[in-house]
Design a protein around this ligand. Structure first.
Ligand SMILES: [Zn+2]
Length: 478
């Protein structure tokens, strides 16, 4: 079976056939950089990172464009509050965004165009839309006339008349129709502005993606992605802007589902809003990644601390198995073939080919880890089958690379995980060791109550003690 993707435009899973053989051009709507990135961003960009990794794994030459909206009402307002130029604010947030995405192990796009660097191209597009009769000018503003484009509503499966009936009728004497949207708008005093045939102003948000995607990927490209909340009006408007300019635009539309926190929509007012940094303070980035991949990308994703903790435990167990294998057979960098391991790899590919079913694909990785564990168990009581062990490690690594998990050296992961837990427990290594020493002294003096008290105190802080061979070792519980 070859790759099948769900296309929002047809509401069906379709075989993926790229426009040019062996190449894939993809555009994903990027963030509006007015604030720190939150877990909604993490989900969206991890989902498309996996798609891109998988396309590359299948041998496609991928061209990935993701924009930065660095011009927007919220950016301007925030910059005015901080009394700094709006581009300084945008730049600061772009840098933070890059740090967050790098921490999550996301591949950087090939191009990250910024809206403010493409204003002239947008002005050209508006001019063409006005000339062709799809847009009209009112004073310094220019609006797109949705009634001029009969296919408006096709992507979101909405009917123009229903939408009009359902629209809250805002009193906007400038618009011919309440659904018409702004292409160019006049700026208030003190706001950034650019020259145009209609007077100084700035472009509307929807325009930047249709202009920049065509500029970097051409009038027709393979995949356009973004969060489900962008289907209407953003993506609908992008299509309406592109079509009259003879741009066939995207062939496959892919949208990821919402992130909810404790079954409720994430919002600052509900105080259930988490930034990526807040989550990474408590959890390893691979744990957040694993959590995102545990659900199909189109399903809603419910964010619970407990689930992340469970995912973290599973990941740590997998890394411990890999560490045991590494200690036994050394690092496995090359591809090692083994019949059973190849069968699981094929099942993994099948799951990914089926509209990037990461939840199922993860199941196959864990299946591989269980098999590896079984081989290690067998070895402990008999003899180790090192060839098969190497084949399983190789297959787990290969699958892990596609999903961006289990990609670290196991010793490195377990050390990073320990330092993360250390922040959470509030104890340094020295303090833990001191307490272990005090406990050993209590035990030597047969003060069992004190020894138990110290053990319980450490356990409360997530430190587990293991006594073996007269020695006490410790590790963090995650
Ligand atoms: Zn967009």
């Amino acid at each position: 079976m070859s790759l099948v993707l769900y296309n929002t435009a047809t509401r069906e899973k379709e075989p993926f056939i790229p426009l040019k053989e062996g190449r894939v051009a993809i555009y994903v709507c990027g963030p509006t950089v007015y604030d720190e990135s939150h877990i909604g961003h993490a989900r969206c960009y991890i989902v498309f990172d996996i798609l891109i990794r998988y396309l590359k794994y299948k041998g496609f030459d991928v061209q990935y464009v993701r924009n930065f909206t660095d011009l927007d009402d919220k950016i301007i307002k925030r910059a005015q509050e901080e009394n700094i130029p709006f581009l300084e604010l945008a730049q600061r947030n772009i840098e933070m965004f890059h740090q967050d995405m790098d921490a999550l192990g996301l591949l950087r796009p090939d191009v990250e165009p910024r809206a403010t660097e493409h204003i002239e191209l947008m002005v050209d597009d508006i001019q063409s839309l006005v000339e062709k009769g799809y847009a009209y000018q009112v004073g310094t503003d220019v609006y797109y006339e949705v009634a001029s484009y009969p296919a408006y509503g096709n992507l979101s499966k909405r009917d123009l008349e229903d939408m009009q009936a359902g629209a809250r009728i805002e009193v906007d004497p400038n618009k011919k129709n309440p659904l018409d949207f702004v292409l160019w708008k006049e700026c208030k005093p003190g706001e950034p502005s650019w020259p145009s045939p209609w007077g100084p102003g700035r472009p509307g948000w929807h325009l930047e993606c249709s202009t920049m995607s065509a500029h970097y990927l051409g009038p027709e490209f393979d995949i356009h992605g973004g969060g489900y909340d962008l289907v209407f009006p953003h993506h609908e408007n992008e299509i309406a802007q592109a079509a009259p300019l003879n741009r066939k635009f995207a062939r496959y539309w892919m949208h990821n589902g919402f992130v909810q926190v404790n079954h409720r929509k994430m919002s600052k007012s509900l105080k259930n809003f988490f930034t990526i940094r807040e989550v990474l303070d408590d959890f390893h980035p691979e744990v957040l990644r694993l959590f995102v991949l545990s659900k199909h990308y189109r399903s809603p994703l419910d964010f619970f601390d407990d689930i992340l903790r469970e995912e973290g435990k599973g990941l740590e167990r997998a890394y411990r198995t890999l560490k045991e294998a590494k200690d036994l057979v050394g690092p496995v960098e090359e591809t090692v073939h083994g019949q059973e391991a190849s069968a699981i790899l094929n099942s993994f590919i099948k799951a990914m080919d089926d509209d990037i079913n990461t939840a199922r694909a993860l199941g196959h990785i864990y299946e591989g880890v269980r098999e590896l564990n079984r081989l290690l168990d067998d070895g402990r009581t008999g003899s180790y089958d090192k060839t098969r062990i190497r084949a399983w490690v190789s297959a787990i690594r290969e699958m892990g690379q596609v999903l961006g998990i289990l990609v670290r050296d196991p010793d490195q992961y377990l050390a990073e995980q320990t330092s993360k837990s250390m922040i959470g427990s509030g104890l340094s290594t020295g303090e833990i060791e001191e307490k272990i020493k005090a406990r050993s002294e209590a035990r030597a003096g047969k003060d069992w109550a004190e020894a138990d008290r110290i053990r319980d105190e450490l356990r409360e802080k997530g430190v587990i003690l293991e006594d073996a061979g007269g020695q006490t070792r410790w590790r963090f519980e995650i």
